[in-house]
Design a protein around this ligand. Structure first.
Ligand SMILES: NC(=O)c1ccc[n+]([C@@H]2O[C@H](COP(=O)([O-])OP(=O)(O)OC[C@H]3O[C@@H](n4cnc5c(N)ncnc54)[C@H](O)[C@@H]3O)[C@@H](O)[C@H]2O)c1
Length: 270
């Protein structure tokens, strides 16, 4: 298949849970290897072991588990270098790690705004730049070698949902950064796109339901059941997002460039 990731090595941030785990599964399904990078080594080790033990097709040789704090440039550099040392190459990057702070903007703190921009935006810039520089430094770039980046933005960056102003703004920034880097790095042979999920059943969606539940006095467990894309009538599974990401990482997606594609079950029509 053209969208095969056979023999490709993909660095995925925030890979220990939620959408990051779904992306890892999908890349392995497509024949690729993943450097699973997340904040806590024990947690990411466990996530890796579960994938290898489960019926996912993942084997020991397909996956490594690494610590990274995407807000720290040296930490990113170390983790990406460790990936190249381990697999001998690096072909793709998925900027998936993200955080959300909820509540109406009148009482939002500047610390919460800073945190969301630090992890959702500045870290995407840092990871993209380290990736692009390392390909050159480690002699992995070339005219015949296409590399790819997929950023996990959000439909929130387009819609502007209430009670998450800082998050919405940070994801809009990711959409813009994706467009700019796509144009700037075309001559480096790096293809860059983003996806805009919504309604994916992960710990973050539970966090959103808890916050809304607290505000309106409803049970978060019941609320989360209603947070499904209307056209789809069910939650999106993280691996479904992962399969679109795997396609965008592949050579088959070379003509899709600088785009931010909705993967939210039809909720956002633009
Ligand atoms: N769940 C949804 O419906 C949804 C919708 C739109 C966008 N998103 C985006 O998808 C991405 C993944 O979301 P999720 O729902 O799986 O969230 P999640 O909270 O379940 O997972 C986020 C992961 O990022 C990791 N992370 C956080 N800070 C980090 C740091 N400094 N360094 C390294 N890793 C860090 C966490 O440890 C965690 O494993 C995020 O960027 C989120 O904004 C999610």
């Amino acid at each position: 298949m053209e969208n095969d990731l056979q023999g490709q090595v993909i660095f995925v941030t925030g890979a220990a849970g939620g959408i990051g785990l779904g992306i890892t599964r999908a890349v392995v399904e497509a024949g690729g290897c993943v450097a699973m990078a997340d904040l806590d080594q024990e947690v990411v080790n466990e996530a890796r072991e579960n994938l290898v033990a489960g019926a996912t097709g993942a084997a020991d040789r397909n996956l490594i588990a690494l610590t990274v704090d995407v807000s720290n440039q040296q930490s990113i550099k170390n983790a990406m270098n460790a990936t190249i040392d381990s697999f001998g190459q690096l072909n793709g990057l998925v900027n998936n790690a993200g955080v959300i702070r909820l509540g109406e903007n009148l009482s939002a703190s500047i610390e919460d705004w800073r945190k969301q921009f630090e992890i959702n935006v500045f870290a995407v810039h840092l990871c993209c730049t380290e990736f692009a520089n390392l390909l050159v430094e480690r002699d992995l770039a070339g005219d015949d070698k296409l590399a790819s980046i997929v950023n996990i933005a959000s439909n929130a960056g387009k819609v502007g949902y209430p009670n998450m102003a800082g998050y919405n703004a940070s994801k809009a920034a990711v959409i813009s950064l994706t467009r700019t880097l796509s144009a700037e790095w075309a001559d480096r042979n790096i293809n860059i796109n983003a996806v805009c999920p919504g309604g994916v059943l992960t710990p973050m969606l539970h966090e959103v339901a808890r916050s809304i539940g607290d505000r309106i006095g409803e049970d978060a467990g019941e609320l989360v059941k209603t947070m499904v894309p209307a056209q789809l009538g069910r939650h999106i599974d993280p691996v479904e997002v992962g399969r679109i990401v795997a396609f965008l990482l592949s050579d088959a997606a070379t003509i899709i460039r600088g785009q931010s594609i909705n993967v939210d079950g039809g909720d956002t029509p633009y």
